[in-house]
Design a binder for this molecule. Structure first.
Ligand code: PDD
Length: 285
């Protein structure tokens, strides 16, 4: 039985209950974070809490908890759930109101829900052990505020589900000019002429914490070039490597896009080098 944190209390997951009038339930009116942790060590804690605070203020949810308070909740939850490789999900919804109305009143008490879930063990730094992804592509049919990590994820859910129903692990999303944005649950990269390229941040992609840490580590290491620029669909198909990143998955190589092999279906050398750099440095964030 797992332990969760709901409205200031650690309780067994079976006892967790929220009001059906909670705006998170009725409207998806909330924001969230997923933090990776390995044997109690959380990766990118401050970056995640900074992003949570940015998102709360973007949607007008007031909750002035300090980093220290969030840290204590995360650490206690990880301990109560037995350590290991855990994702920690932090959810702040605007809270319950007596009447359903799209607009909201001031001063609602936000609902804070935190739980943990198993994630794959610490990243494998070996080509033969990593399970690479096969992905599909789609026109991005989500909204134009994807920089906010909002709990209203129906657009992402539909994109991922459609890809998975057709046997793919992920769906890469493109704008109407066939320019790459991100995946339905991850950021995306290509490798071309030995350089790692990823789309620049804007309101159509999430500023991923794994992206932030990976790019910073690659820039500091200096052995692989890094570029943030627009990537066309043709460049994805002709790339020597394609990768995706997220907090719960790490850095995963992609060997097939819409049935077309990338790097002859083999995990690439640049991925292996980047994976080594990421694994060695990620705990410093
Ligand atoms: N998803 N883009 C989207 C749409 C995402 O949902 C995610 C992460 C990312 C990568 O962000 P980060 O590196 O901060 O995890 C990019 C999380 C893990 C989820 O929703 O479960």
């Amino acid at each position: 039985m797992s332990v969760v944190f709901l409205n200031q209390k650690f309780i067994p997951s079976e006892e967790a209950k929220i009001s059906p009038m909670d705006r998170g339930f009725l409207f998806g009116d909330g924001v969230y974070e997923v933090l990776p942790s390995y044997d109690g060590e959380i990766i990118g804690f401050d970056l995640h809490i900074d992003r949570l605070k940015t998102n709360m203020s973007a949607v007008g949810i007031s909750l002035s908890w300090t980093h220290q308070k969030w840290l204590e909740i995360c650490k206690t939850l990880i301990k109560k759930n037995g350590f290991g490789s855990l994702g920690v999900y932090l959810h702040v919804s605007r809270g319950p109101e007596p009447v359903r109305s799209h607009s909201y009143a001031d001063g609602i008490d936000p609902t804070v829900f935190v739980f943990s879930f198993k994630i794959p063990p610490e990243q494998i730094v070996c080509k033969s052990q990593i399970v690479p992804y096969k992905v599909s592509t789609s026109l991005d049919l989500r909204w134009s505020r994807c920089q906010i990590k909002a709990t209203s994820l129906l657009g992402n859910v539909m994109h991922l589900q459609q890809g998975q129903q057709n046997g793919f692990n992920e769906t890469l999303l493109f704008n109407d000019k066939d320019e790459l944005r991100e995946g339905s649950t991850c950021n995306v990269y290509i490798v071309k002429n030995g350089v790692v390229i990823t789309p620049p941040l804007d309101n159509h992609i999430l500023p991923g914490i794994t992206r932030c840490i990976l790019l910073d580590l690659l820039l500091k290491d200096g052995s692989i070039g890094v570029e943030e620029r627009i990537i066309s669909k043709e460049e994805v198909f002709s790339a020597t490597e394609v990768w995706i990143t997220s907090s719960s998955k790490g850095v995963i190589p992609v060997v097939e896009v819409d049935g077309k092999l990338i790097n002859d279906g083999e995990v690439g050398d640049i991925w292996l080098l980047a994976q080594k750099i990421y694994s060695a440095g990620k705990k410093n964030y």
